[in-house]
Ligand binder design. Structure first.
Ligand SMILES: [Zn+2]
Length: 317
């Protein structure tokens, strides 16, 4: 009886084994991973190439390395600084298109009255007006002085103005000129009288007597030397107390009477546009010599005479 029982157990075991094998076959080969596991994610996308490096490349391409400077620094110029740099010169071309007969005090605080602007004189043959000669020479003188570095103050640059003699002097005061020069031509009843002479303020009218005298000597010497116009004998330099254009001026000032328009020889020279440039050059050289402190050797006699309006039929202002 025992053998039969043993045989029965073996059959049961075989059956179970078979059942296990069958199950395994039906379930397939799913031993590794569940079907629901998601696909591995795509490899991280390569980052978009940044625009930055590209931009740098472009900039680099468009902006080449600066070429070495080819402009050579010029060697220091040997041109010296203009000699008259820093100097201020006042130029008053005397008179104007229409004279002004109204009065003004001849000096600050004075009760003596004088015409604001007299008419001036006229060429005996050329018929040129004094105000025309004065302005032509004045403008030319301005150009010469400015080319040499000076600052120039003109009381007028055209004919048709109305500026009194005191107002012209005050223009020089306001500009603090180192020297003011009044440009005129003269006349005389004696038509043989010719030549250049200069006026300076009477000593009691100015704080600049010695300076004015020195300036007048320099200008007279150079003007005479350049133009050949003779210096008037006896009155090469005249002190004048009757000139409004002097008395209102608180700065160094002189007046040149470039020649006599009443004399045919002087008239021919003064009315000639080419010779006006020569006269301007003479004035320029004299002013330059004065400003730069160069010595003057002019032998002009100083006339300390006339100090009243009655004595001033000449040298109108
Ligand atoms: Zn005059």
């Amino acid at each position: 009886m025992s053998a039969t029982h043993h045989s029965c157990l073996s059959r049961k075991a075989a059956f179970l084994l078979a059942a296990v094998i069958l199950f395994a076959a039906v379930s397939g080969c799913a031993s590794t991973k569940p079907a629901s596991v998601p696909e591995p994610s795509a490899p991280p996308a390569t980052a978009e190439p940044s625009a930055e490096p590209l931009q740098i490349d472009l900039v680099a391409a468009e902006t080449p390395e600066p070429a070495p400077a080819v402009t050579l620094t010029p060697s220091p110029s040997p041109t010296p600084e203009p000699a008259l740099k820093g100097f201020i010169v006042g130029i008053d071309p005397g008179h104007q298109l229409h004279y002004d007969p109204s009065d003004e005090p001849v000096a600050p605080g004075s009760s003596t009255m004088k015409k604001k602007v007299a008419g001036g004189c006229q060429g005996v043959k050329s018929r040129i007006f004094e105000y025309e000669v004065n302005l032509a020479v004045g403008l030319c003188l301005r150009d010469l002085l400015e080319a040499d570095g000076a600052t120039v103050v003109m009381t007028r640059t055209v004919q048709d103005v109305n500026i009194s003699n005191s107002a012209r002097a005050i223009m020089f005061n306001d500009a603090n000129v180192d020297l003011g020069i009044r440009i005129h031509a003269d006349k005389a009843s004696d038509h043989n009288k010719r030549g250049v002479h200069m006026l300076i303020p009477k000593e009691y009218r100015t704080d600049w007597y010695d300076t004015n005298l020195k300036a007048a000597q320099c200008i007279l010497e150079h003007y005479h030397s350049v133009t050949g116009i003779p210096i008037v004998k006896g009155t090469g330099i005249s002190e004048r107390g009757d000139q409004s254009g002097f008395n209102w001026c608180t700065r160094p000032i002189v007046c040149i009477e470039m020649g006599y328009l009443s004399n045919p020889e002087d008239d021919a020279l003064l009315s000639d546009p080419d010779f006006q440039k020569v006269m301007a050059r003479g004035l320029y050289e004299g002013i330059r010599a004065f400003l730069l402190g160069e010595p003057s050797f002019v032998e002009a006699e100083i006339n300390t005479g006339s100090d009243t309006l009655e004595d001033t039929e000449n040298s109108d202002e």
